[in-house]
Design a protein around this ligand. Structure first.
Ligand code: 13P
Length: 283
């Protein structure tokens, strides 16, 4: 696999203390960020009962010793049941996308108020499948992000390059552009409700994980962009997840990196045993 030369900031990895709840050092300065691992179920599983069973099993593996916050992003028809399935475990449930209008003649669309009324206080925005398969533009995604934040709903903003962009060495510029366009108008205060997920498109569902050191470089670059936009102190508090073929076998090495603050997990989040090991990662 080709390695990229990215413009990274000076890293402070040597200051990183590898224990589960250790404050995570960053490419800007020291700060504490609670790791955050989320499952993106996409258009799975097939039935409500399967969603309930999966949610229950995952919730039962989340305990006081789990070293991260955990959320599950489920299809709309299963949100209500999944909220019930995880109960008071502490696992959060979110939507995979929320449309920007409040109500009205928008067939098949789902609003932020609708998902909030089910007890969901998180949503994804800008997943590459929404960008590539459903034609969502940076402007559409920016509107979604602003709408979520204006409703006090947390947002995981997904960014990342395609394989062609990767091969052209465009990882840094693509992530920079997406961050700047998708976060346009988001205030420094609102960034407390934003998580970034770096998901190289070529690594999604392919079994090709971005090497941890390479992902770390991209995360450091992204944090540098956030520092340019919001200042180092804010950039330091923003959690940046890695997504793309994360497995029980790869999570520990990823989570040991100073700027990798969590993971957004697709396929492995549909297998309770695998996702349970991922959320209970060891560093
Ligand atoms: P996989 O973990 O299946 O590669 O999917 C990643 C993803 O798209 C999470 O949003």
């Amino acid at each position: 696999m080709k390695f990229l030369v990215l413009s990274t900031l000076a890293l402070s990895a040597s200051a990183f203390s590898p224990t589960a709840f250790a404050p995570r050092t960053t490419s800007t300065s020291l700060s504490a960020r609670t790791p955050f691992i989320a499952g993106n179920w996409k258009m799975n599983p097939g039935t409500k009962n399967e969603a309930i069973a999966l949610g229950k099993e995952i919730a039962s593996s989340f305990s006081d010793s789990t070293p991260c916050e955990v959320a599950l992003f489920a299809p709309y028809p299963f949100l209500d049941a999944t909220v019930g399935a995880v109960g008071s475990s502490g696992v959060k449930i979110g939507a995979e996308m929320a449309f920007v209008e409040e109500k009205g003649a928008f067939t098949a669309a789902v609003s932020v108020s609708m998902i909030k009324s089910l007890g969901c206080n998180w949503a994804l925005a800008g997943h590459s499948e929404r960008r590539c398969l459903f034609g969502e533009t940076d402007e559409d995604i920016n509107k979604q992000v602003l709408n979520l934040l204006n409703h006090d709903v947390g947002c995981i903003l997904c960014i990342g390059e395609t394989q062609a962009e990767y091969e052209q060495g465009l990882v840094g510029p693509i992530c920079t552009t997406q961050l700047k366009k998708n976060l346009l108008g988001v205030t420094a205060e609102q960034m407390a409700n934003v998580v970034i997920a770096y998901e190289p498109v070529w690594a999604i569902g392919t079994g090709l994980t971005c090497p941890a050191s390479e992902a770390q470089d991209v995360h450091a670059t992204c944090r540098g962009v956030l520092a340019d936009m919001y200042g180092a102190a804010i950039a330091d508090t923003v959690r940046i997840q890695y997504g793309g073929s994360v497995t029980p076998e790869t999570v520990d090495e990823l989570m040991a990196k100073p700027d990798i603050d969590g993971a957004l997990v697709g396929g492995a989040s549909l297998v309770a045993e695998k996702f349970s090991r991922i959320i209970n990662f060891k560093v």
